[in-house]
Design a protein around this ligand. Structure first.
Ligand code: HEM
Length: 356
């Protein structure tokens, strides 16, 4: 496969001459990577769309941060101010909340595509692990974000957080109110949400993309590991245009949802009661906690992440076609089925008190 470079052909239009001049100075074509024709489909664009949701989150998050106060006394009031007093504040917050859920769904759908097409196999095992790191960060961003409005649901989430911290021993100290006595927990969760979690995501993304460029996009699943990709390469700009098109559709959907739905802000928190459920991506562990207590909440995500991390090291053959990798597909379906059933169970039932 060859990478199309701007300087490979004589620029004809004014725009191409401008792009060539810019490239000569900034070396932007060095960022391009070969895109096989089959990657110009929605399934192979899900990673790019996950990135689009992240960019929307950063843009709306920066704007929201101008009006948010990260202290236990003022956090909920400042969210109510954004909702009711700030022009377009509710719309902006709505886009942020929906984009967070879109990022979660898209990252999962992207993981499913990589899993079904066996694209985690040699030489991409390490990039699969980096992807799992990104998924873990997405969960932590969702969690920290959902605590910031400091209503009853946020307060209960933080109480679970503190319960988890005690199970993690010394490692959990950071999550307790006692750590950094002068800085309240909600302020530290806010700091995590806007500084070091995004910084970790950025670092992981740099590695993810560097390895995508280094390995190239995987061939169709019909092509075994190690065989050359027979598919022709499309210009990177055609793939970029395809991604921009889908990104605009995603943005339109998020704006539509933000304009037509009501954003959550619950009652001011009351200590000692448990009357709420978490955000839906956490429903599956909530149900496990219903059965097994806080230990289930601690161990279940670890077990699932370790199982996913082990996949490229267990499924090592050259075969990439899904129907020829039956045990992988059956295990993935069982895992996804269990996740869906647990999620629906919590959606259909009321809140349960866990912390007693
Ligand atoms: C913030 C989250 C993520 C972003 C922004 C992201 C972005 C991308 C992009 C743009 C690609 C190029 C191909 C495509 O779009 O399908 C890609 C490929 C890849 N991603 Fe991700 N990704 C993320 C999360 C994940 C997760 C959760 C996994 C799996 C655990 C993963 C594993 C991989 C692998 C193995 C490839 C190479 C696939 C191939 O060559 O076909 N990524 N990623």
């Amino acid at each position: 496969m060859t990478v199309e470079r701007i300087e490979d052909r004589a620029p004809s239009s004014r725009w191409e001459r401008f792009a060539a001049a810019l490239d000569e100075r900034l070396g932007l074509s060095a960022l391009r990577y070969p895109v096989p024709r089959h990657a110009n489909s929605l399934a192979w664009t899900l990673g790019g769309l996950t990135l689009t949701s992240l960019l929307i989150l950063i843009a709306t998050g920066i704007l929201l941060a101008q009006f948010y106060t990260p202290t236990p006394e003022a956090a909920r009031e400042s969210v109510l101010h954004i909702e009711t007093q700030l022009q377009l504040g509710s719309f902006l917050r709505g886009i942020h909340i929906w984009a967070a859920q879109a990022m979660f769904v898209l990252a999962f759908a992207h993981l499913a595509r990589v899993l079904i097409t066996g694209s985690y196999k040699r030489p991409r095992e390490a990039n699969w692990l980096v992807g799992l790191g990104l998924l873990a960060m997405t969960y932590l961003l969702l969690f920290t974000g959902s605590t910031l409005r400091w209503d009853q649901e946020a307060f209960e989430a933080v109480e679970h957080n503190t319960g988890l911290a005690s199970l993690a021993g010394g490692l959990g100290t950071w999550f307790t109110a006692e750590f950094g006595a002068g800085t309240p927990l909600v302020t530290r969760l806010y700091l995590a949400h806007v500084s070091f979690l995004p910084a970790l995501v950025f670092g992981l993304l740099v590695i993810h993309f560097a390895w995508i460029k280094y390995h190239g996009i995987s061939a169709r699943p019909e092509v075994p590991v190690g065989a050359p990709d027979p598919d022709e390469t499309v210009p990177f700009t055609s793939h970029a245009r395809h991604l921009v098109g889908w990104s605009l559709i995603l943005l339109a959907i998020l704006m539509g949802l933000a304009a037509t739905t009501v954003n959550p802000v619950g009652a001011a928190p009351v200590e000692g009661i448990e009357v709420t459920k978490p955000l839906w991506p956490f429903f599956w562990v909530y149900q496990i906690e219903n059965w097994m207590g806080i230990r289930g909440l601690f161990w279940a995500p670890i077990v699932v992440f370790v199982a996913l991390a082990a996949l490229p090291f267990l499924d090592r053959g050259p075969e990439r076609r899904p129907l020829r990798r039956r045990w992988v597909m059956v295990s993935a379906l069982v895992l996804f089925g269990a996740w869906s059933v647990l999620t629906v169970m919590v959606a259909l039932s009321g809140p349960v008190a866990h912390l007693g």
